[in-house]
Write a protein that binds this ligand. Sequence first.
Ligand code: ASP
Length: 302
Amino acid sequence: MKPKLIVHGGAWNIPDEQVAAHLNGIEHSITKTFEALEKGLSALDAVELAINHLELDPTYDAGKGAFLNKAGEIELDAIIMDGLSLNFGAVACVQNIFHPVSLARQVMDNTEHAFLAGKGAQQFAIDQGFEILDPKQLLTERELVFFDKIKEDPEFMTHHPFRDSPSDTVGAVAMDINGNLAVATSTGGTPRKLPGRVGDSPIIGAGAYADNSIGAASTTGWGESIMKVLLAKTVCDLFEHNSAGDAARIGIAKLQQKVGGLGGVIGINSNGEYAYAHNTPRMAFAYVTSSGQVISKIKITP
Ligand code: ASP
């Protein structure tokens, strides 16, 4: 069957001068990954590959280009999930690696656990032979300037919907030629977060969920609100009795109505239909149509 692929490059209020870079990055990632999916790459390998491209792209708040926390350090979170087995792997608060999503994959494949955080996750990266970087290798001038600007700003609020977000979380959902689904999400979290803070992204059901029998979804936005409604799992459950588009929209409406949340979601239901919705001013996302055309967007009317 025809594979399916949708990726996002985050929500919030992506500034005008960052729009082209956000679109270019997701288009590059989706084009490269879709070629491989068409040749038979599994959904699980595809979401890892799509995210790896985005983690190396300094445009996004994932891998290189991530936000700095309050201590001026980068702490990364990621998750990957297989819709066939419901196996998942996740990591939180890891530092100095380019590809936290691949570390999450190693947790899933090579341990009897599902989620490693902090010191243990860091040691696991070393044990698995990940390249341990100098912190400067993940840092961009843009984030340094942003950090200096908000460091002491009493007005800065993480969840202000119109705050400019120079970079953002990434996610990918794929259905392969065998009809299997997978999802992955990777992030540097939120700007000026407290060290040790973990958001929705690596939390199963919040930042990502995949189950072949219903669908798969990846989220982005204000993590503290997304966790409360387990947005990714909520949207997957909604796939059962709604069109894909409605499921995404109802999920975002629940986020907004129940907890005053802010965010975006992308997904694919078990019939291979795409879903996307957000209540932030903008969300960057791209998908491949059944005729093989890449459609990328940065703004839809919520
Ligand atoms: N959801 C992420 C977090 O709260 C941030 C984002 O998606 O922009 O860590």
